[in-house]
Design a protein around this ligand. Structure first.
Ligand SMILES: Nc1nc2c(ncn2[C@@H]2O[C@H](COP(=O)(O)OP(=O)(O)OP(=O)(O)O)[C@@H](O)[C@H]2O)c(=O)[nH]1
Ligand SMILES: [Mg+2]
Length: 190
């Protein structure tokens, strides 16, 4: 499926009517700097749409992008980075938890993005448990696979599939474009 239109709608930091306007949400979550915003841009083919950064903590609001006038792609801030003021990190952490636990947002699908080198960290595991507890359907994406050799990659994927309960892992690289078309099809065919 192609994305024929993509536009930024708004960024929120708490309750907002956009959460209940009836348009299905596909949410992107993962550790800070894992490439959530980059994947979102790559899926839409609009490179500057979501802000991307070298430093963790680039995304500080929950950003809604309307795709094909039918779905929102929801770009969330990242979790699990050690830099920055504690106060700011707590705020982002609370915002993420609120999105998944308050019951106001009911994402149709959650894309849990892991970093190829780091694999499934304890923060990712906590997030996965939270998604399960709140019955949010999710898929796991392993991004930045360009950073691993073929052998490292198959070892890492097997390890993740095992700890994640045997479900599939979609491999992507924003750098090479690997896996992006497949991920788009998987997300928009729901
Ligand atoms: N090598 C490589 N670098 C990538 C890939 N995807 C993203 N990056 C780089 O990783 C950095 C972080 O990307 P972002 O998209 O801002 O990451 P994010 O998860 O949105 O980060 P926060 O908003 O801070 O949580 C940027 O420098 C990207 O260019 C990839 O597949 N391969
Ligand atoms: Mg971001």
């Amino acid at each position: 499926m192609k994305i024929t239109s993509a536009e930024f709608v708004r960024g929120i930091r708490g309750t907002n009517e956009i959460l209940s306007d009836g348009i299905p949400q596909i949410a992107f979550i993962g550790r800070s700097n894992v490439g959530k915003s980059s994947i979102l841009n790559s899926l839409t083919g609009k490179s500057g749409m979501a802000r991307v950064g070298d430093k963790p903590g680039k995304t500080t609001e929950i950003n809604f992008f309307l795709m094909n006038k039918s779905h929102y792609f929801v770009d969330l801030p990242g979790y699990g980075y050690a830099a920055g003021a504690q106060k700011d990190r707590d705020k982002l952490r609370k915002l993420i938890i609120w999105y998944f636990t308050s019951g106001e947002a009911k994402p149709q699908k959650v894309v849990l993005i892991l970093e190829a080198k780091a694999g499934l960290t304890k923060f990712d595991d906590q997030m996965m448990q939270l998604l399960k507890e709140h019955r949010h359907p999710y898929i796991i994406v392993l991004n930045k696979v360009d950073k691993l050799s073929q052998r490292e990659l198959s070892e890492q994927s097997a390890k993740i599939a095992k700890s994640a309960g045997g479900g599939g892992v979609v491999q992507t690289s924003v750098e090479t474009g690997q896996g992006i078309d497949g991920l788009r099809d998987a997300l928009l065919s729901v």
